[in-house]
Ligand binder design. Sequence first.
Ligand code: VG1
Ligand code: CO
Length: 543
Amino acid sequence: MERLTIATQPIEGQKPGTSGLRKKTRVFMEHHYVENFVQSIWNGIGGVEGKTLVLGGDGRYFSQPASQVILRMAAASGAAKVIVGQNAILSTPAASNLIRKRGTDGGIILSASHNPGGIDEDFGIKFNTPNGGPAPEEITERIFAATKTLTEYHILEAQDVDLTTIGTTTLGDMEVEVVDPVADYAELMESLFDFDAIRKMFNGGFRMVFDAMHAVTGPYATEILENRLGAAKGSVLNATPLPDFGGGHPDPNPVWAKDLMRIMHSPDAPEFGAASDGDGDRNMITGPSMFVAPSDSVAILAANATAAPAYADGLKGVARSMPTSRALDEVAKARGLDCYETPTGWKFFGNLLDEGRITICGEESAGTGSDHVREKDGLWAVLLWLNILAQSGKGVVALVNDHWREFGRNFYSRHDFEAIETEKAEALMADLRGRLGDLPGTEVAGRTVETADEFDYTDPVDGSVSKAQGLRITLSGGGRIVLRLSGTGTAGATLRVYLEDRSEDPATFGQDLQKALAAVQEAAHVLARIEHHTGRKEPDVRA
Ligand code: VG1
Ligand code: CO
């Protein structure tokens, strides 16, 4: 097998965003595109000679050829071994677990998460560090710098490796171990939760549906929920992973998880409904006719986590991304826990988890997780919910209502304005940024602006600073507005407007969510001049 050194040139725009490099699949299919980025990862992390890596992804279109290129490039650069999920499949949390469990030097995850898959849709490549988490900014910046000076890459000239069969083979001098993608992950879940209690609940007639959305969690959910926990056969919907996710968006929200929502709103709805995203790190939780906001979900999980054996001794602390509602802060206050506020993206939780400062953390975008891995974890959240339901004997609706009665309710919604011209989105942010200093004391939509600033984050563990992580405005009466531009999009800019309001009056808890947020929404539109800058009155998505 010949080791080839191929001359290349830097390709513009290979900058990792909130969660790795994401582009249209056709962009990844361009000449040298994958090769350039992968070589830049190797260069950015000081080479892969003698190292062991994990490789896998959500199985979307283009995963197979990309995996083969990565294997040939790892071998050409002297890697000792790559551990690959069978058929190049590994959910993001399962990859994180394997990286940690096998003590490897990191791994590569092929996914564009909840974005659709296919030749005309999205693809992504992300590097995770030896702790199992997404590379922190310091490393993604080194990778990006490497993309800008690249002159050559190394690749082995070889046949494709058979990734369909579990077992060990070689590629040149490199070992390739193809593993069952589900086994280690299922074992980890079994070590965290009270499977006996959950099994008993299913035996007693408890019903659930889990919508895998034709994405990566199908085999994981079938094995864990149906085979190990005894949920009725057929509880997992859309369980076969497809390269195009059956043409849908594998985005677990009430709009895209249509099958699940129909079932959960039917008269015969089961007690519990859930879904996960393309790569298995997000979760959606529902009860009969009730969608649980992710910001509430992480607060409820933190408040009740001691139901599960892994968390029975209590939590070390909690954390949420800045735009996530402050429902979690209320739990932390009541329980005397430290509560950290980090920028958007799981990589910012890594140091807090590694240092043992926090046990549970979450994001408003349907990501929840704990110190068991270094990624958010969709099925983990589903299992913790099940464990809590089994232990408390309560239903989802009762649990949520009881939570609000104890801690108050933080009404919360994210409004996305998609595919805005980048210059317009940046102009809106620059305009508001320039006026922040004048806002405190201003009256708007019947509220007074209390504070207005731009979020800069200093990591309490390593002191690294991440600037410009979102504009935030607090209003009298517990209101809050956050604005930031998405770092995962593949076309134009997405403006995310996060709206929050607080109530401690139980008479208001049942209100329509968008109505409850009307004043805060109006304030956001006035203060940020959204229509003036974008021409848009209404968001494309209300999450
Ligand atoms: C979005 C979410 C963020 C999440 C990220 C990756 O980022 O807002 O909370 O961590 O996606 O999620 P952005 O920059 O577009 O707002 V996933 O499930 O892609 O790995
Ligand atoms: Co995801």
